[in-house]
Design a protein around this ligand. Structure first.
Ligand code: WTA
Length: 663
């Protein structure tokens, strides 16, 4: 299990759903634990019956002939059915007479609109449909066809959601790249996906500065000869060069399109998107999600987990970026079918002040707030006075995602943000799972700080040993899912073997999540951290191998080992042990450390910047040549600051002492 501040917790405070919660929500989809249990039991015993019933609430151009076909490791859901995820998110609402309801509330970075101005847009389902149809037609005018992967590298502007939906509309899978990633990340992902069209912005506002998105795309395109078109949205007004024949402006190409492009009926298993995420080795992998199962699973889980009620005054605010799975599933695809306005924001949580989110909550009367534990720990550090300044009484349900939440942060969130009256849903899931796999339901599940509690409907989660046998209560083991569920990944783009090796090899016949976990005497799940070389930095996944290869790529370092270390805010910080190139070994100082940190940030993105770099003459290795990561993790954990000496370390003695342990 990875080290970290979230080791096994012993926590016995129980928070049942507040007595007046049902009254406050009006409707509860799952009103109590007994209902949860009987629904869960049915969903596992009869998945086809269960999901067939759920899927009937969606629009299908052609009904399915079979709910599930399972040939391990391949699941097909709603076989033979034809649908469209954009239609179910948008057009359907307009056709049913809800076109004037607000679909998206968007708030730009303050100050971008002028001093302390709040640039706000309310976009109705009808407006959204028209803009999505125009964007879809524009993509087609640029040569995009059904099945072509379109890369989206944009800031958090409504047009990013529009572009996502436009791709879904025409059956062109999207590949969204987080706007915080740098040029090399774009190159890797565009190449792997063989994508020839990129949609971007001139720049993105963040903390009063402009992130040069278009410049990053230009730099990437120097290494991407196959990119035919770049569609550029003007957001910041920054001067950007436009390459003739390749680059076109959104306001030129999209604005002039008709709104008539209808949704393309696609097979239930037609690819909806690729989303790249870090694995334990090598390059990020393109996780493939398909249309029918993902659409049904995200919309249904959003409804259950957050108890969404259509057009009932609820306002839902998820602070994630659309560049991550949380944004895909729980800002766009899972929300829009539920007719609860989804609030997107541009900028940062601490700009122009540390109360940015609370100001948003108060002004928009947000009822549902969904964020990451790392953010909550920052809020705590910034101080109680920031939430205290604002009226947060509209809040009903709070959520967390991305990493285990430490009980102190949970309690603070509950009291200072939720006013003690809002259930907290600690949602455990992954890019690969498409949607929530283990989570409390706010009106049904008593919560315990630090536990993600019980499995979602249709998810047969268990903690097992390597042979697939369930572990007794309070014994750590591997988190697996024993049966297919509609939102599960369908593959890794272009790498069938890696798909099988990563998820379906270690424990026979089961999906391996890659996390260690235990269940307590109540059957509640406690996630104990990754079992592979994936770090969870501020709730974002990062492969140690990616950071290592960036360090070596600097040419200053000949060998590097990256491990996680406890970090008060980020949960896990990045510690890098580097062997400098002989030409630079004499410069093992603070300057070199800064240079390497900057190099990684420029190469991969700021989230990958090491928190600590230590220089060494050689890395500690076992006799078989494996780096002794556990030893390095221990050393990194012992020194949480970057204040340590700059002298080169010699691991030989330690390594010898520890070798028997590690091998
Ligand atoms: C971790 C994010 C504990 C876990 C949606 C998982 C969590 C990885 C939780 C997936 C949680 C996510 N409690 N750990 N509530 N949610 N994780 O793909 O290690 O970016 O495997 O998806 O985050 O990260 P990913």
């Amino acid at each position: 299990m990875s080290s970290g501040i979230h080791s096994v917790q012993h926590e016995d405070r129980i928070f049942p759903p507040p007595a007046d919660f049902a009254a406050r929500m009006g409707t509860l989809h799952v009103p109590d634990l007994a209902t949860y249990q009987s629904m869960h039991e049915r969903s596992i015993r009869d998945p086809e019956g269960f999901w067939g019933d759920v899927a009937k609430d969606f629009h299908w151009f052609k009904p399915w002939s079979k709910v599930l076909e399972w040939n391990l490791p391949d699941a097909k859901w709603f076989v033979g059915g034809q649908t469209n995820a954009c239609f179910n998110a948008v057009d359907r609402q307009v056709e049913a007479g809800h076109g004037d309801e607000v679909a998206i509330i968007w708030e730009g970075e303050p100050n971008a609109a002028g001093p302390h101005g709040h640039e706000v847009r309310h976009i109705t389902y009808r407006q959204l449909r028209d803009e999505v149809a125009r964007c879809a037609a524009a993509l087609e005018s640029l040569g995009v066809k059904k099945g072509d992967v379109v890369t989206l590298y944009m800031g958090m502007v409504p047009e990013l959601a529009v572009a996502v939906l436009a791709c879904a509309r025409i059956g062109a899978p999207h590949s969204v790249i987080f706007g915080g990633f740098a040029a090399q990340a774009i190159v890797d992902r565009v190449q792997d996906a063989q994508s020839t069209v990129i949609v971007t912005c001139d720049g993105a506002h963040r903390r009063g500065t402009v992130v040069p998105l278009k410049a990053n795309v230009d730099a990437a395109c120097e290494r991407l000869p196959d990119v035919r078109h770049v569609l550029v949205l003007r957001r910041t007004g920054t001067d950007v060069p436009m390459k003739a024949g390749r680059d076109v402006w959104w306001h030129d190409v999209v604005a002039k399109q008709p709104t008539t492009r209808a949704c393309e009926p696609v097979d239930a298993e037609h690819p909806l998107f690729l989303l790249y995420t870090s694995g334990s080795t090598g390059k990020p992998k393109g996780i493939l999600h398909t249309t029918g199962g993902y659409m049904v699973f995200t919309a249904a889980t959003a409804r259950w987990t957050f108890n969404l009620v259509p057009n009932s005054g609820q306002v839902y605010f998820c602070t994630a970026d659309l560049g991550w799975i949380t944004g895909h599933s729980y800002i766009v695809y899972g929300l829009l079918p539920n007719r609860v306005p989804t609030l997107m924001y541009e900028g940062a949580p601490n700009w122009p002040g540390d109360d940015r989110f609370w100001s948003i909550v108060a002004r928009h009367k947000v009822t549902h707030f969904y964020t990451a534990p790392t953010a909550i720990r920052s809020f705590m550090r910034w101080g109680d006075r920031h939430p205290a300044k604002h009226d947060l009484s509209s809040l009903r349900v709070l959520g967390t995602v991305g990493e285990p939440i430490n009980p102190e942060a949970w309690i603070w969130y509950h009291e200072k943000i939720g006013g003690g009256r809002c259930p907290i849903v600690d949602t455990m899931w992954q890019t690969e799972t498409g949607g929530h796999i283990i989570t409390p339901l706010p009106g049904a599940t008593p919560t315990v700080p630090g536990s993600c509690t019980l499995p979602m409907f249709g998810v047969d989660a268990a903690v097992v040993d390597d042979h697939g046998h369930e572990q007794p209560a309070n014994t750590g083991g591997l988190l697996v899912i024993r049966k297919p569920w509609p939102g599960m990944l369908r593959g890794i783009h272009g790498d069938r073997q890696r798909f099988i090796d990563t998820y379906f090899s270690r424990v026979k016949g089961m999906y391996l999540a890659g996390d260690g976990a235990r269940r307590d005497q109540r059957g509640y799940f406690w996630i104990m951290g990754r079992i592979d070389d994936v770090l969870n930095v501020s709730g974002h996944r990062l492969g140690t191998a990616e950071v290592e290869s960036s360090l070596v790529g600097s040419k200053l370092v000949v060998e590097a080992a990256v491990v996680g270390m406890p970090h008060e805010i980020k949960g896990t910080g990045i510690a890098a042990f580097c062997v400098l190139h002989p030409d630079h070994a004499a410069n093992a100082d603070e300057n070199m450390r800064k240079r390497l940190m900057e190099h990684v940030a420029r190469d991969i993105g700021a989230i990958a910047r090491p928190d600590m770099i230590r220089f060494t003459n050689g890395l500690p290795k076992t006799r078989s040549g494996k780096i002794m990561r556990r030893l390095l993790r221990d050393i990194a954990a012992g020194k949480e600051t970057t204040q340590d000496t700059t002298t080169l370390e010699d691991f030989n003695v330690l390594a010898k002492l520890r070798e028997s342990d590690e091998a």
